[in-house]
Design a binder for this molecule. Structure first.
Ligand SMILES: CC(C)(COP(=O)(O)OP(=O)(O)OC[C@H]1O[C@@H](n2cnc3c(N)ncnc32)[C@H](O)[C@@H]1OP(=O)(O)O)[C@@H](O)C(=O)NCCC(=O)NCCS
Length: 434
């Protein structure tokens, strides 16, 4: 088959260039040869927010936003959510293949035996203010792990990398649970190695004085499914942060802390918290039309709606809606579900949302489930960070082992002053200009 090329004619001088097209992309560096003269730096692309730029080649997660498809390593998310545990999926993301029974057994064993936190980390966490936001606590504590495991800087050694991956996936629920207990003023609970990943997380969250914590199996499975759905999502803001910070050869604890900080923003992982705040603000089903009208008039955004990549129903939102029904059979129905369903119904038949292809995303229903389980909205992004750690690490490892990757460093279009004469302070007058 003839290889696709792109012909560019520069109207400045009539010169033409033929650029190879590979995987639907041209190499931005191929544009640099397009110059108006020897002093010209060469053509660049301008793409604020990377809306049309591929920053890497990746074989981890595939999204077809127009058709609402999400796959990890070629497996549809629906199949994984139905048949796998989160740790099986984490293995798939990290290693590229589903584990055999014995591989899974040793993977689960290894993760389970890396759930404990060093006692100094516990002490570090005790120092947070009683009402500290759990994401602030999580980000700082993950960064602090870097001080406990200095060998993690040895990022080009595969065995060392693997060890830190086990530590991070193992310890994330422990840190998350500690942030929760800290806010409530409850004593920290140590991990229980007899329990599954999500059951142990529930144990560390909710165990009181009983000798052995018994997790509700429906809630444990629902949490596990939510973890699967949140495990990776290709080059989103936090994953891009993980790759960007990691490209400076920063250790995986600091890189993960940076990724988690990106996740904390309300336009990213913080959106599920924002959805609950929005549903509270709406208050009741009958107020939904007025709220939608306000949004259309440009007053804010419908949180949990819209996506940079999905221009169709987010496949994760469908599974979460189904999971919500299972959870509500145990916890009782969260009244906010009715407001959310009405919001979805009205928005999906409104021209404003239809034309812009705005559909519910993963965050629209997840918060409602989390709240029914007993989490306050501040914890929601922490619940997102636990499974996304597996995705961040898979992407980080792929980046570290990719010979084409270098330190991440975009260009800019400079819009400031040309070279100016310096004026000494004594000659700048006394006016206050801002
Ligand atoms: C996710 C999000 C950041 C994607 O942003 P984006 O790809 O930059 O899309 P844009 O902001 O360019 O949106 C395109 C248009 O849809 C509108 N729009 C996007 N999301 C909207 C929302 N949730 N409610 C109302 N209008 C929305 C924008 O105002 C814009 O309208 P315009 O063309 O008239 O200016 C954005 O949809 C958003 O802020 N959603 C709410 C937060 C959220 O749920 N985030 C979780 C993501 S998983």
């Amino acid at each position: 088959m003839k290889e696709r090329t792109l012909k560019i004619v520069d109207d400045a001088n009539g010169l033409s260039y033929t650029l190879p097209v590979e995987n639907g992309t041209i190499r931005a560096m191929d544009l640099r040869q397009i110059k108006t003269g020897p002093d010209d730096f060469g053509l660049m692309t301008y793409d604020p927010a990377f809306t049309n730029t591929a920053s890497c080649r990746s074989s981890i997660t595939y999204i077809d936003g127009d058709r609402g498809i999400l796959q990890y390593r070629g497996y549809p998310i629906e199949t994984l959510a139905e048949h796998c545990t989160f740790l099986e999926v984490a293995y798939l993301l990290i290693f590229g293949e589903l584990p055999t029974q014995s591989e899974l057994k040793s993977w689960v064993y290894d993760i389970t035996h890396h759930t404990m936190l060093h006692e100094t980390v516990k002490k570090f966490m005790e120092g947070f203010r009683y009402n500290a936001h759990p994401m602030g606590m999580l980000v700082s504590t993950v960064a602090a792990l870097s001080t406990i495991y200095p060998e993690s800087r040895n990022i080009f050694d595969a065995a060392t990398r693997h060890h830190q991956i086990l530590r991070l996936i193992g310890k994330m629920p422990t840190i998350a649970a500690y942030t929760y207990r800290h806010q409530l003023g409850l004593p920290y609970i140590y991990p229980d190695n007899d329990l599954s990943y999500s059951e142990n997380f529930m144990n560390m969250l909710w165990k009181m004085v009983e000798p052995k914590y018994q997790a509700n199996p429906v809630l444990a499975r629902a949490l596990d499914i939510l973890f699967i759905l949140h495990a990776d999502h290709e080059q989103n803001c936090s994953t891009n942060t993980m790759r960007c910070v990691g490209s400076a050869q920063t250790d995986p604890f600091l890189s993960t802390a940076a990724a988690a900080a990106a996740l904390a923003g309300p336009l990213h992982g913080g959106a599920n918290e924002a959805v609950l705040i929005m549903l509270d603000e709406i208050g009741s089903k009958d107020k939904v039309p007025a709220y939608v009208k306000k949004i259309k008039e440009g007053h804010g955004k419908l949180m949990g709606f819209g996506h940079r990549v999905y221009k169709n129903y987010d496949p994760r939102a469908k599974i979460i809606k189904w999971t919500a029904e299972q959870v509500f059979e145990v916890t009782g129905r969260n009244a906010k579900l009715d407001i959310a369903l009405e919001l979805e119904r009205i928005a999906l038949q409104d021209d404003y949302f239809i034309q812009r292809k705005l559909y519910p995303n993963v965050d629209f229903y997840s918060g409602i489930i989390y709240q029914a389980m007993g989490f306050n909205p501040e914890m929601f992004t922490v619940l997102f960070a636990i499974p996304r750690t597996a995705g961040w690490l898979a992407q980080w490892q792929e980046m570290i082992t990719d010979p084409e990757q270098k330190i991440s460093r975009p260009r800019q279009v400079y819009t400031g002053e040309n070279t100016r004469d310096f004026v000494p302070l004594s000659e700048r007058g006394t006016a206050v200009r801002r």
